[in-house]
Design a protein around this ligand. Structure first.
Ligand code: DAK
Length: 257
């Protein structure tokens, strides 16, 4: 599949999506969002792929939604635009998604990184929700996912006062998994994705769904979800293989069955 605003590639069971609108700081216009979701859905159903990495360039992950596209829109046009439905489509992806972030991850760009399951940052990454400078607020999860990740005090400062976080601060506050030199961030994300992609696919899928429930359900409901996901895995061949391989002291061969 060829795209205009992103590049896609598959490397050793990892699907890689590179945001590619350098002239506009990878601003997330509707074409890019449409292509991003199409590529994610393609990778999600591809049995040869076990994990996905979304990245940008060293200078910019994404500088937010496309301001020139939004500037003249009415409230009704915003409400009925496909942008946020496309954005929410990321939640339907069953395979793990890692954001490999260098440079600016601002506004919708920060929200995109946070909609992924893990973030690997380069030392040059900057995370922020500067929408207040444009007379609006984050509208694709920035007030919610950021608050859950870094806590109320810092989220308030970032959203109300457009404070950006350096990569190191993002690490300290639990927004990202790793910070590495700029020459290494993509490799680090790919290695992490590759390690996950060779694990039991059904277990990884259930694990992702279950961790996500921690943000959405009460503890009682989430524990029930986890328990059922756990029981389900005992109906898979991979569970039998995994436990047999352990007792036979050999590596398991996963089939995703
Ligand atoms: N949109 C469109 N163009 C952008 C852009 C953006 N977000 N960010 C940068 N560009 C363009 C610039 O206009 C410039 O274009 P030319 O003038 O060369 O034609 C080019 O990219 C290079 O940018 P700069 O000249 O500004 O480059 P600098 O290195 O000086 O600065 C910067 C880089 C990233 C600090 C700066 O460009 C910047 O502050 N960009 C804007 C960041 C921002 O405010 N982001 C938040 C956008 S609002 C929704 C839910 C959510 C959203 C939308 C809808 N619904 C519920 C429907 C999300 C909204 C947002 O994300």
């Amino acid at each position: 599949m060829s795209y205009e605003t992103i590049l896609t590639e598959v490397k050793e069971k990892v699907g890689i999506i590179t945001l590619n609108r350098p002239q506009a700081m990878n601003a997330l216009n509707s074409d890019l969002m449409t292509e991003l979701i199409e590529a994610l859905l393609d990778f999600d159903i591809d049995e040869e792929i076990g994990a996905i990495v979304i990245t940008g360039s060293e200078k910019v992950f994404a500088a937010g939604a496309d301001i020139s596209e939004m500037a003249e829109m009415s409230a009704v046009e915003m409400l009925t635009s496909s942008f946020v439905e496309l954005f929410d489509g990321i939640r339907d992806i069953k395979k793990p998604i890692i954001a490999a972030v260098s440079g600016y991850a601002l506004g919708g760009g920060c929200e995109l990184a946070m909609a992924c399951d893990m973030i690997v940052a380069s030392e040059k990454a900057k995370f922020g929700q500067p929408e207040v400078n444009l007379g609006v607020i984050p509208g694709a999860g920035g007030t919610q996912r950021l608050t859950r990740a870094v806590g109320k005090a810092l989220a308030m400062e970032m959203v109300l006062n457009a404070r950006n976080l350096s990569a190191q601060e993002a690490l300290e506050f639990g927004l990202v998994n790793y910070v590495v030199p700029v020459e290494e961030y993509l490799d680090k994300a790919l290695k992490l994705a590759k390690r996950i992609s060779v694990r039991a696919p059904l277990a990884v899928r259930q694990a992702k769904a279950s961790v996500n429930k921690a943000y959405e359900l009460s503890l009682t409901e989430a524990l029930a979800f986890e328990r059922n996901a756990f029981y389900f895995l005992f109906a898979t061949e991979d569970q039998k293989e995994g436990m047999q391989a352990f007792t036979e002291k050999r590596s398991a061969k996963w089939q995703g069955k």
